[in-house]
Design a protein around this ligand. Structure first.
Ligand code: FAD
Length: 334
């Protein structure tokens, strides 16, 4: 899922329509919010809160963005390592290649972050997450969003071409092994409200993945070292509770592209300092908010989850919508 902030950023580099054309905005026309496992609504979001939300399969998103690159500019299937001192070289297949600037986007478990001496450690968020995509149409009765149980959340998001994306989380120890992942999802969510069982039924085993959720243990002190810059999860891996990780990676990339495009003369250090300041501020706030949200959402005790649910039932959707407004907007660097 990508919110309006990602599209505002994509639009600044002329890529908004490319992603819009391959994504679905159907959720904006549905009832969205949070439900309890029996199907009763805890909170209905105002339509403005999901008006800009669009969903796209990750592979489709990559393909759409890659299709815009100049032919031959992407080499995949290659491991690259940066120079430990931040000089703009990368090591590929044992050979060192020099550039003007090196961008590191190797994800939450970034080996390059470690090489640069920027590692702040990872912390297990306390839960694991299954993700699935249905292979046939399921009637979701014009409603989408999340269902909050004790220690578990299930979410449904429509994708293009009548497919659905769903996720399910479970508070459990890290590294837990399930003999049969599909069965484990059925065991956890199979008795929850319709159309959750039907979503699971319509998802073959091969369309289900699971990851333990890790985030950076604390925000990084800097995203840059010399002429090497961190972007995306390598810089600010956060829990998925705000659905903003990829959106922030897009904001990083566009911010850097715009700052570099506008630079005059040889003020690269200044550009990197600006990028560092702007992006650390924004992503640190979201990293914190996402962690807090995860703790509330995964509430495990009968009392804590009851208090959480009551709080949601009593919160006007309008207020919840306002709270997400700043998340969903992005401004070009001035
Ligand atoms: C359950 C779940 C749900 C989520 N839902 C959302 C959502 O709804 N919306 C959203 O915006 N975000 C969401 N996210 C977060 C999102 O997936 C990440 O923030 C995003 O993928 C980060 O992108 P990235 O390019 O920084 O890293 P990644 O997507 O992790 O990509 C890193 C890439 O680098 C490659 N790599 C690693 N090491 C090297 C190396 N040495 N050399 C070359 N390549 C290397 C890897 O193979 C990989 O392809 C979710 C995450 C989870 C776990």
């Amino acid at each position: 899922t990508l919110f309006g902030n990602a599209f505002e950023a994509l639009s600044a580099v002329g890529l908004s329509d490319v992603v819009r054309n391959v994504s679905s905005g159907a959720i904006a026309r549905m009832r969205a919010g949070q439900r309890a496992p029996d199907g009763s609504w805890l909170l209905t979001l105002p339509s403005t809160a999901v008006a800009t939300l669009r969903s796209v399969h990750r592979v489709t998103l990559y393909d759409a963005l890659v299709s815009q690159l100049a032919a031959g500019s992407l080499r995949s299937g290659t491991t690259a390592f940066v120079s430990c001192n931040g000089s703009p070289n990368i090591l590929v297949h044992g050979a060192s290649v020099e550039f003007d600037l090196v961008l590191v986007a190797d994800g939450v478990r970034s080996k390059n972050r470690e090489r640069l001496g920027l590692e702040s450690g990872l912390s297990y968020a306390g839960y694991t997450a299954w993700r699935g995509v249905t292979d046939r149409s399921v009637d979701i009765d014009h409603a989408a969003g999340e269902t909050w149980g004790r220690r578990s959340i299930f979410g449904i998001v429509p994708l293009p071409e009548d497919q659905l994306y769903w996720f399910g989380t479970l508070t459990t120890e890290a590294g837990r092994i399930f003999e049969d992942e599909r069965q484990a999802v059925h065991d956890t969510f199979g008795t929850w409200h319709d159309p959750i069982p039907a979503c699971l039924e319509a998802t073959p085993s091969g369309n289900i993945i699971r990851h333990d959720i890790y985030e950076l243990a604390k925000p990084l002190a800097t995203f840059t070292r010399g002429r090497t810059v961190l972007l995306g999860d390598a810089a600010h891996a956060m829990t998925p509770n705000l659905g903003q990780g990829a959106g922030q990676a897009i904001e990083d990339a566009v911010t850097l592209a715009l700052l570099l495009g506008r630079r005059q003369g040889d003020d690269l250090e200044e550009v990197l300092a600006r990028y560092n300041k702007l992006r650390r501020k924004r992503t640190t706030a979201l990293w914190r908010q996402s962690r807090w949200m995860g703790n509330v959402a995964q509430a495990s005790g009968p009392l804590t989850s009851w208090v959480r649910d009551m709080g949601m039932r009593l919160t006007p959707g309008r207020i919840a919508g306002l709270a997400s407004k700043h998340l969903q907007s992005w401004k070009q660097p001035g």
